[in-house]
Ligand binder design. Structure first.
Ligand code: F6P
Length: 319
């Protein structure tokens, strides 16, 4: 492989820049030419590519967002769009493409692979919903942001002896809620993977206060319900009025943690080396410290298992 391209696609995540940097610097180290595609698959269709040199990725390892920008592209979901994307790369003599993104981005990479482009997927999403990797790039930073927010909420909730409902991101995956909930001592964690009963949530809250707690924190993943709905449900059952906070896109910004930068650096370099070895149509990940590749077909057709042990631990420890 003499020439590759890199793009970021779908929702951005902290550490995408560190991953782009790793791809570019690694490729150049091995003597491979590398192009950056602007605005994900949309930029590919618009032929919006530029050659990247060592300095083009300077001063970005610590930045949130993505210098390549990102988009969700409808046209690329069609066979014609995919054909056109492959053509753009072929015309420029680019043999390989590294796609940094989530589920939808992986599916695009898989289509291009079937059209003869060598592709690699890197898990870039705050949701941690990509299987065959312990963590996705951005998840660690996102959890830190939520924990920091809950620390602040806890101060004011304790002063007023109130309860707080915090809605976090995670459309199909409750990992942000689970990890942030465990790390911040939330009393109740509501996730799409575990059915919940609002009566039980309200009772638990009442018991919390009755047992001497001076605050109660309920964290809800957007894929399970909304903060608004849970807050209303509690109010109707307990007469107390919980304060609702929706953290929203705050969770996707800011400087990546060292964990995300290291994960992104390892995976970016690994993807380049795998492309050079001739691998294609694979998603990269790290499982228990070991770098692994998995067929994208398998990645997109497998649901990431939910960690019930951590969930039960959080419940036991927040009595
Ligand atoms: O997939 C990442 C994610 O941040 C989800 O957690 C969230 O539901 C979604 O993207 C938000 O998307 P948008 O940026 O289009 O509002």
């Amino acid at each position: 492989v003499k020439s590759i391209a890199v793009l970021t696609s779908g929702g951005d995540s902290q550490g995408m820049n560190a991953a782009v940097r790793a791809v570019v610097r690694s490729a150049l180290y091995y003597g491979v030419e590398v192009y950056g595609v602007q605005r994900g698959y949309q930029g590919l269709l618009n032929n919006d590519l530029r050659p990247m040199d060592l300095r083009s990725v300077g001063d970005i390892i610590q930045r949130g967002g993505t210098i390549l920008q990102t988009a969700r592209c409808k046209e690329f979901m069609t066979p014609e769009g995919q054909q056109k994307g492959a053509e753009v790369l072929r015309e420029r003599g680019i043999e390989g493409l590294i796609v940094i993104g989530g589920d939808g981005s992986y599916q695009g990479a898989n289509k291009l692979c079937k059209l003869g482009i060598k592709t690699m997927g890197l898990p870039g999403t705050i949701d941690n919903d990509i299987p065959f990797t312990d963590y996705t790039i951005g998840f660690d930073t996102s959890v830190s942001i939520v924990v920091d927010a809950i620390n602040k909420l806890r101060d004011t909730m304790t002063s007023h002896e109130r309860s707080s409902v915090v809605e976090v991101m995670g459309r199909h995956c409750g990992d942000i809620a689970l990890y942030a909930g465990l790390a911040s001592g939330a009393e109740t964690i509501i996730v799409p993977e575990v059915p919940f009963d609002i009566d039980q949530v309200a009772n638990r809250m009442k018991e919390n206060f009755a047992s001497g707690k001076r605050h109660s924190i309920i964290i809800v993943a957007e894929g399970a319900s909304t903060g608004e709905e849970i807050g209303r449900g509690i109010e109707q059952r307990c007469g107390m009025e919980p304060r609702v906070t929706v953290l929203g896109h705050i969770q996707r910004g800011g400087s990546p943690t060292h964990n995300d930068r290291i994960l992104a650096s390892q995976l970016g370099d690994f993807a380049v080396r795998k492309l050079m070895e001739g691998e294609s149509g694979k998603g990269c990940g790290i499982i228990r410290g070991e770098l692994v590749v998995t067929d994208i077909d398998k990645v997109v057709n497998t649901k990431k298992p939910f960690n019930m042990d951590l969930y039960n631990l959080a419940l036991r420890l927040s009595q």
